[in-house]
Design a protein around this ligand. Structure first.
Ligand SMILES: NC(=O)C1=CN([C@@H]2O[C@H](COP(=O)(O)OP(=O)(O)OC[C@H]3O[C@@H](n4cnc5c(N)ncnc54)[C@H](O)[C@@H]3O)[C@@H](O)[C@H]2O)C=CC1
Ligand SMILES: C[N+](C)(C)CC(=O)CC(=O)[O-]
Length: 319
């Protein structure tokens, strides 16, 4: 067993370096880790370095750990080279179950014994992904939020064959790496936050499909409405306040019966060509000429402003 204490980790490997893998790379670099990354795409290194460069101004605003630098990123030519000296591995390959199964088995074979390997999956249970691994006890889900270098939350959960010690180790490691961790005691479909987001997203798609609301209206309904509260108070306590001095008990007495009103559709809509085109066109319209890079910069600044305003700028921690 070569698992270091979480506070002794110096080198992490990121396998799969797209939107989320790249975001993890930026996060770990900013936290002062040496990062070894591997991605099979021919243009992966250039893409990854562009992502890190674009994220760095935001990370500088948050405060870098001593010694943190993009120069501590090594992009390797093989998966084996990325993980051979890693003290933690974060997998962020495409969301395809068979691919994840094979990749996690490969990572398990190539990573030194005992080192914890986390998957960024948005929803596959680890039980379904760890089927091919020889030592599945060290495989966990560490589900981040985009961008991982700014959104604190990580949902951590193991599968049926995961050792409890790996879940505990990963939760502590992520905390030390500046994340806000929810450690789940058992596998739940969609984890917690994604299950909530998916419900909202499903209803948004129904409204676009039925011409009930535009993409722009849907986004504004959140940013000018409930989203302002959700940045610092979740939906439960927010609704407790809807009950006035009677709190949640009065809220339930008052509005509980309307839970049965047919406001929501529950079944996902068919993502047919018309809905696909309407959502893509609606987003282009709502972008008002801003490029994806413009929107990333705007989002990053917005998240930093909210974290600062609510007193939640993370400490940088020393390595
Ligand atoms: N995009 C998002 O908002 C979020 C995504 N996730 C999860 O993160 C994971 C990655 O998603 P994205 O970064 O969005 O996808 P992406 O498409 O941006 O990146 C995937 C990367 O994996 C690489 N890749 C392809 N085959 C591979 C293999 N066999 N081994 C290693 N790398 C391989 C691709 O070249 C690509 O660079 C998925 O499991 C996804 O569910 C989690 C949270 C949020
Ligand atoms: C769209 N998504 C399901 C991949 C999103 C996530 O998994 C988390 C996030 O960043 O909102």
């Amino acid at each position: 067993m070569t698992r270091p204490a979480p506070q002794d980790v110096r080198t992490v490997a990121c396998v799969g370096a797209g939107v989320i893998g790249g975001g993890w790379v930026a996060h770990f670099l900013a936290r002062g880790y040496a990062v070894r990354a591997w991605d099979p795409a021919p243009d992966a290194e250039a893409r990854l370095r562009r992502l890190v460069d674009a994220a760095w101004p935001a990370l500088e605003q948050l405060g870098l750990a001593p010694g943190a630098s993009p120069a501590r990123l090594t992009v390797t030519g093989t998966l084996e080279k990325a993980v051979s000296e890693a003290q933690f591995v974060q997998e962020s390959a495409p969301e395809k179950l068979e691919l994840k199964r094979e990749l996690l088995a490969k990572l398990d074979a190539a990573t030194p014994a005992g080192i914890v390997i986390a998957s960024s999956t948005s929803g596959y249970p680890m039980t379904d992904m760890q089927t091919e691994a020889v030592t599945p006890g060290r495989l966990i889900v560490g589900h981040p939020f985009n961008p991982p270098y700014l959104i604190p939350l990580v949902e951590v959960v193991g599968g049926e064959r995961t050792d409890a010690s790996a879940v505990e180790w990963a939760s502590r490691f992520y905390e030390l790496a500046g994340k806000s961790v929810i450690t789940m005691e058992r596998e739940v479909p969609g984890f917690i936050a994604n299950r909530l987001q998916e419900a909202l997203w499903r209803e948004a798609l129904h409204m676009v499909a039925n011409g009930e609301a535009t993409v722009r209206e849907i986004d504004r309904s959140i940013t000018e409405g409930p989203g302002l509260r959700w940045a610092f108070m979740g939906p439960m306590l927010t609704f407790a306040l809807a009950g006035g001095e009677g709190g949640m008990a009065h809220m339930l007495d008052h509005f509980g019966p309307s839970l049965k009103s047919p406001w929501t559709r529950l079944e996902a809509p068919e993502l047919d060509g018309a809905l696909y085109d309407a959502v893509v066109a609606g987003c282009a319209d709502a972008s008002d000429g801003r490029t994806i890079a413009d929107l990333v910069a705007e989002r990053d600044q917005g998240v930093i402003d909210v974290l600062r305003a609510t007193g939640r700028l993370p400490g940088t921690g020393a390595r």
